[in-house]
Design a protein around this ligand. Structure first.
Ligand code: ZN
Length: 131
């Protein structure tokens, strides 16, 4: 299954009908601070992204990949990880077991990474990189 199919399956299960075609990352530099999408748009690592309904939400600080907002001219699910997975807002305690149960903060995570981490104990991005 390609990551795009996987994205669609996950979104559909949650009742979301957005197409989530993952923009292909054609180039990213070693420090994972910026990446170039297939149409030449450069996206950069940011600490926080404005998400409708949530406000400013912190991005999970992955080392190998980063969360970015899909540019408005590219149709699809608005939040992506540079690994190709969709990204999404979760409670901070879903991101790390270290969070206190009373921590009500929200964080944007790579959905693929978080799903595999919860299911298998090891977080893996769509390109199989672990962190
Ligand atoms: Zn990822």
């Amino acid at each position: 299954m390609t990551i795009t199919d996987w994205n669609d399956k996950v979104l559909k299960r949650q009742g979301v009908n957005a197409r989530s075609a993952a923009p292909k990352i054609v180039r990213s530099v070693g420090d994972a601070k910026r990446a170039t999408l297939h149409d030449g748009t450069v996206v950069e690592r940011v600490e926080m992204i404005w998400v409708d309904g949530y406000g400013l939400v912190k991005c999970a600080p992955y080392e190998l990949h980063f969360i970015y907002q899909l540019p408005r001219h590219i149709p699809g699910w608005g939040l992506m990880c540079t690994c190709g997975s969709i990204a999404g807002v979760v409670g901070y305690n879903a991101y790390t077991k270290l969070a206190s149960p009373t921590d009500t903060g929200m964080i944007i995570v790579c959905v693929r990474h978080t799903t595999l981490k919860n299911n298998e104990g090891i977080g893996r991005h769509a390109d199989e990189s672990t962190e």
